[in-house]
Each structure stands twice: as C-alpha cells, then as structure tokens.
Design a binder for this molecule. Structure first.
Ligand SMILES: *[C@@H]1O[C@H](CO)[C@@H](O)[C@H](O)[C@H]1NC(C)=O
Ligand SMILES: *[C@@H]1O[C@H](CO)[C@@H](O)[C@H](O)[C@H]1NC(C)=O
Ligand SMILES: *[C@@H]1O[C@H](CO)[C@@H](O)[C@H](O)[C@H]1NC(C)=O
Ligand SMILES: *[C@@H]1O[C@H](CO)[C@@H](O)[C@H](O)[C@H]1NC(C)=O
Ligand SMILES: *[C@@H]1O[C@H](CO)[C@@H](O)[C@H](O)[C@H]1NC(C)=O
Ligand SMILES: *[C@@H]1O[C@H](CO)[C@@H](O)[C@H](O)[C@H]1NC(C)=O
Length: 413
C-alpha cells in the first residue's frame, strides 16, 4: 500500500491498481478479530532481566534519537505479557504462535553515541504524576498506547477504566494507574479531524472528512489532556471527500466524484495544523507528534504470508525511505515547528517530535505478519492469507517509541 501510492501519488490509474491493496488495508486498519481478553490487574512479570538495564545512564541529557541502528540485545523488549495485559489480539504475536522471537532482542542505538535508556515505568509515572496522557490518531496511535499501558502495567497496578463495547475496534480506551494518579487514554481519530463514513463503518464506500474541526471525542476531552501524543497518517491514503465546514474542498482517490483530487499531503498538513491550534489553548501541556511509521508489505501484497517475513532488522543503508514516507514525516516536523513558533518559546504549550520513521522503517521483522491471527498455519500454508506488516507486535519495536517518549517527557526544559 505504501509503496503503491508513493510511485505516483495522484494518478488515478495507480489508485485503481492499488484498489485491492487499499481494501485489504482497510480491513487491517479497522476490523481485525475481536479481542476477548479483559485483563484487569496485571501481575508483575519476570521478563525483565534486572542486570540488563541502562537506567543509570539516562536522566535528562538531550540526545538525537531519530538516526541510529538496531543492535543485538537479547531480551531487551521482553518486558510484559501482552495476553495478560489484554492487548488487541492481532498484535499479540506470542499468543498467536509466532515461533521466532529474535525480534524481541534488539535495542535502538542512536547515531549520536548517547544511550537510549530502557523503559523505566517508575520514572515515566513520576514524570506524569497526576496527569492525563492521551494518544490521538489511527491504529498506530493505539499500538503505541497499548505498548505504554503494558510497559507501565508490568511494574504498577492498573485498572481498565473504559473499553468500548465494540471491543474489537478499541476506539476508545482508558487505563488508570492509581499509585501515581495517572490516566492513559487512546482516542480513535484516524484523520485527527472529524470524519464520518468508512473510518466509522467499514461497509461505507469512503470517508467524509471535515478539516476545520477536530474529531468529536478527543475535542470534547481536549481540555483534560496534559500530554497528547498525535499519530496519524495511514488513513490519508484512502478515498475521501474533504470539507471545510459545509464546503467541499476536494477529494482524494475518489474518481467518481467530480471534484479536484487534492492528494493526501495537503489534507494531512491541514489536519495537523488544525489539531495543533486546538491544543495550543486551554491549558499548559506537552504535545508530542509521532512521525509516520512505514509499512513493510515488501511485494505490495497484503494477503501474502511472506510479505514481511524478514527475521532481522535492516542494516544502515539497506532500506531507504520512499517519497511518501519522507513527505509525511516532513510535514509533521514542519507543523510542529510552526506551532512552536506561533506560540513562542515561552508558551505554556510545548511541542515535541517523536521521530520514529527511520527506526520503524528498519524493522520489517517486528510486524505480526500472518501471526495477526492465531496459529495461522494450523491448516498449512495458503497462498493468500491475511497479513499485517503495518502494526508492530506487542511486545515489539513499538515499545522503543515509548522509550523515546519517556526521554522527551523527562528531559530538562
Ligand atoms: C541477565 O543478563 C546477563 C547479561 O546478558 C546474563 O549474563 C545473565 O545470565 C542474565 N540473568 C538471567 C537471570 O537471565
Ligand atoms: C501470558 O499470560 C497468559 C495468561 O494471561 C499465560 O497463559 C501465558 O502463558 C503467559 N505467557 C508467557 C510467555 O508467560
Ligand atoms: C454501516 O453501513 C451500512 C451500509 O451503509 C449500514 O447498512 C449499516 O447499518 C451501518 N452500520 C452501522 C453500525 O452504522
Ligand atoms: C475554511 O473556511 C474559512 C471561512 O470560510 C476560511 O477562513 C478558511 O481559510 C478555510 N480554511 C481552509 C483550510 O480552506
Ligand atoms: C465536472 O466539472 C467540470 C468542470 O467544473 C464541468 O465542466 C462538468 O460539466 C462536470 N461534470 C459533471 C458530470 O458534473
Ligand atoms: C498559542 O497561540 C494561540 C494562537 O495562535 C493562542 O490562542 C494561544 O493562547 C497560545 N497559547 C499559549 C499557551 O501561548
């Protein structure tokens, strides 16, 4: 999917050729199998090898994390039991029978030479004591939120405050960590902006997106949010009709309608700008923008069980970002900078970029692949099988996003 539109982002023929891919992606994005787990309190786990810890090397030094390489570090991300934590089953790779576990044995080594400390639940909770930490965006926002909830739950008691009745969609979830009076929430808003249609109901043909307004649910809670992590991008590639109020400003990948195709970049930028403006008022807070996380459907097939079958990270230089990935990453960085400028350096709202594009691009091995379903090969290997090369396994490389988030939230101002 990502490779497809990136070749000719605006060409209708490419979109038609990719139609099958887009449909399959939508299935991944919204309708994976229902979760039945309902974990309440998660026990302390024995996963972490206490001798393997870099906690002492952290503590607020600033470091550039966006460039680097993955280095072998046995057990580094074996920090929680995702089944006990109740994550979305499609990302619970161990439960689903994934036999190779090497993807749990890597840590991110920043090129700058500094060490990225391992996640420290106590330090994280202390940094956000009494606060509401929210994730707003698409299923990658949820992936990161579930990772954080599990990393914290592995060390401290937590309560599931809310899960949508439609459990399989996990559109809104909230966890409480009473020892530190911390709340963690995730809000489904794949366009950040208000949207109806496909993103709410998979059987609808396209999305109607209102770029002038934030999505209702997070907008209603915005004034309670102290830390907001925004993470969106993958839905922008689907067909949509974009509005400014009641006026149609353009469409994307929707040749049947007689409107200009405005592509994905401009609505993406507008959605971020509008969201940052909304978050610039109300209360002092930290707004963190997670950059685009590339997919690894290496042969452009979303139903091929070998689409992301690599067993190790890419090495430096082995995988370059494509045009789409670079563009979506740049837009997020530019909008974060613009928002910071608008509010000045003394502003009570802090804008930070959590730049994961490179480190995520280097992890083709960290996705569920066919292990988005339980025991996928129980009846043999089929030529066509549901495959997820977009989200990350939990535990998995997405835990590193939260290691960096911790550094952002604890660094000196
Ligand atoms: C912890 O890790 C160290 C270094 O990798 C290793 O020597 C030690 O045996 C491990 N301990 C346990 C209990 O796994
Ligand atoms: C994770 O927890 C579940 C119960 O919730 C248990 O059945 C499973 O064996 C555990 N997995 C590991 C690897 O400890
Ligand atoms: C979803 O859309 C379909 C077709 O437009 C409609 O029949 C169905 O009732 C909708 N479902 C929900 C839950 O709104
Ligand atoms: C939306 O419409 C308003 C008022 O008509 C206008 O001021 C604004 O610039 C428009 N926004 C965009 C992104 O077109
Ligand atoms: C589509 O738009 C063009 C230019 O605005 C117009 O000339 C044409 O008649 C429209 N076609 C339909 C079917 O509305
Ligand atoms: C940030 O800027 C917006 C307008 O651009 C303003 O409404 C808001 O009050 C500012 N917020 C802070 C905290 O300075």
């Amino acid at each position: 999917m990502a490779a497809c539109p990136s070749l000719h982002p605006l060409s209708t023929s490419t979109w038609l050729a990719c139609g099958f891919l887009s449909l399959a992606l939508l299935h991944l994005l919204c309708c994976s199998p229902p979760a039945t787990q309902d974990a309440v309190f998660t026990p302390l786990l024995q996963y972490v090898n206490a001798t393997y810890s870099y906690l002492s090397s952290g503590g607020g030094q600033s470091c550039e994390y966006s460039e680097g390489r993955w280095v072998w570090a046995p057990g580094h991300v074996r920090r929680y039991n995702a089944t006990a934590c109740g994550v979305k089953e499609g990302q619970d790779c161990l439960r689903n029978g994934r036999p190779d576990t090497g993807y749990l044995d890597w840590r991110w080594q920043p090129a700058a030479g500094c060490r990225l400390p391992a996640f420290d639940a106590a330090a994280f909770l202390a940094a956000v004591r009494g606060k509401h930490v929210s994730f707003v965006g698409d299923s990658m926002a949820r992936n990161q939120a579930e990772s954080l909830a599990c990393l914290l739950s592995a060390a401290f008691p937590r309560r599931v405050v809310h899960r949508d009745p439609e459990a399989h969609r996990h559109q809104f979830m909230r966890w409480a960590f009473p020892t530190h009076d911390v709340t963690v929430s995730v809000y489904w808003a794949p366009y950040l902006a208000r949207a109806t249609g496909k993103s709410e109901n998979y059987s609808m043909p396209y999305n109607l997106v209102y770029l002038d307004a934030p999505a209702d649910r997070w907008a209603a809670d915005a004034d309670t949010m102290d830390v907001v992590v925004l993470s969106a991008g993958h839905w922008l590639l689907n067909s949509a009709v974009y509005h400014n109020g009641s006026e149609v400003v353009g469409v994307h990948a929707h040749p049947e309608l007689n409107h200009t195709d405005i592509g994905y970049a401009s609505p993406f930028r507008q959605a971020y700008r509008m969201s940052l403006e909304r978050l610039s008022s109300g209360r002092p807070r930290t707004v963190v923008l997670t950059t685009f996380s590339p997919t690894h459907f290496e042969n452009n097939r979303m139903d091929d069980p070998t689409a992301c079958a690599k067993k190790a990270p890419y090495k430096e230089g082995e995988k370059e970002l494509n045009r789409l990935e670079k563009e979506l990453r740049s837009i997020v960085i530019e909008e974060a900078e613009a928002a910071a400028q608008r509010n000045g350096t003394s502003g009570a709202v802090r804008f930070e970029v959590l730049d994961v594009t490179k480190l995520a691009a280097m992890r083709p091995d960290g996705h569920p692949g066919p292990y988005m379903n339980r025991d996928p090969f129980a009846h043999g290997v089929l030529e066509r099988m549901q495959t997820d090369c977009l989200h990350f396994c939990l535990p998995g490389p997405v835990d590193t996003f939260n290691e960096i988030l911790q550094q952002i939230l604890t660094k000196r101002r």
